[in-house]
Design a protein around this ligand. Structure first.
Ligand code: AHM
Ligand code: MG
Length: 337
């Protein structure tokens, strides 16, 4: 007989979301359907990202491929994949994408209770140099789903998010999902079976870390408190030395912060008075995940999840990570204001 060491009872994402639904007998399975669609979209995008490097070698780059089909930049392709996948689950009334100018209303046969905001491929300037990138999303329940969907369905706070997550296309593909019950799970794509497997259940961010992550090239343009904070973490102390790690791909920088602890900062500066990151597609989903894992997220002065969006593409400064590290910078802002 041959003996194989293979996990015969893995918890797949499909199994996890089905058992979640069983725990909530009142639930109609809408979120289960939406998450299944997102899981499929992430697998498709992962596959496209993995092929991107070789595509130019085998002659399918440029404006059309060998079959004469129009080629699309990867971020536009990812946007199409997300839209198509979400359209057919019939549970999403409208979506807002970083790649779309306005909201995208889906013509549903039934009342759809949810709206979703996503960045289909964040950090896309990193694609050509083979650096990890990701997709980010947040889902809200519509306040009144008997009415036609309107822009206001998206102009909400981050605290009202039902579920949010990101998928990182790194050395492996991992999907991290946070629910409003405060549970964060990380699933890793097993390419051999084509399914996401629960590899990091109940993620909790370390209380304090020793990594800071920021584009320090902008430091000249920062406000006094930002400068003071970064100087502080760079000043050697007996029990405390911080390392700087900055990928420049939010999903990677936040993923590391979640697992190893520390702080990620994209502050406002003189060039970008509202920072760079988008509230709906980046700031809310990531803040929601970090808080659900026991971390904190602030713009320096207020909790990010308390912002109420007034524009789907609005930006905000974003500071998030281990609670002790975030508390330190919040105290500096309070002292200097
Ligand atoms: P994008 O949505 O155009 O890809 O930009 C967002 C990305 C984030 O992933 C990352 O945190 C940030 O831009 C990096 O910006 P910078 O190059 O200014 O440091
Ligand atoms: Mg982006």
């Amino acid at each position: 007989a041959k003996f194989l060491s293979i996990e015969s009872n893995p918890i797949t994402l499909a199994r996890a979301i089905m058992s979640d639904q069983r725990r909530h007998p009142e639930a109609k399975g809408d979120l289960t359907m939406i998450l299944s669609s997102l899981m499929l979209a992430c697998k498709f995008v992962s596959n496209a990202v993995r092929k991107a490097g070789i595509a130019s070698l085998i002659g399918i780059s440029g404006s059309s491929n060998v079959q004469g089909e129009q080629q699309k930049p990867l971020d536009i392709l990812a946007n199409d994949i997300f839209i198509n996948s979400l359209k057919y689950c019939n549970k999403i009334a409208a979506l807002a994408s970083e790649e779309e100018t306005g909201i995208y209303i889906i013509d549903n046969p039934d009342e759809a209770k949810y709206v979703i905001a996503f960045d289909p491929l964040d950090g896309s300037s990193n694609i050509d140099v083979n650096v990890s990138i990701g997709s980010i999303f947040a889902i809200w329940k519509r306040p009144d789903y008997s009415k036609p969907v309107v822009l206001e369905d998206f102009l909400r706070t981050g605290a009202e998010v039902e579920v949010s997550g990101y998928c990182i296309y790194g050395s492996s593909t991992q999907l991290v999902i946070a629910t409003k019950e405060g549970k964060v799970d990380c699933f890793t794509l097993d390419n051999s079976i084509g399914d996401f497997i629960l590899t990091h259940p109940n993620l909790r961010i370390p209380k304090k870390g020793n990594i800071y992550s920021v584009n320090e090239g902008n430091s000249h343009f920062w406000d006094k408190s930002m400068k003071e904070y970064v100087n502080l973490v760079k000043t050697p102390q007996d029990d405390n030395t911080y390392s700087l790690r900055y990928v420049g791909s939010m999903v990677s920088d936040v993923h590391r912060t979640l697992l190893y602890g520390g702080i990620f900062l994209y502050p406002a500066d003189k060039k970008s008075p509202n920072g760079k990151l988008r509230v709906l597609y980046e700031v809310f989903p990531m803040s929601f995940i970090v808080e659900a894992a026991g971390g904190k997220a602030t713009d320096g002065r207020r909790r990010l999840l308390d912002i109420k969006a007034h524009d789907i593409h609005q930006r905000s400064p974003c500071i998030l990570g281990s609670p002790d590290d975030v508390d330190t910078i919040v105290a500096i802002y309070a002292k200097n204001d």
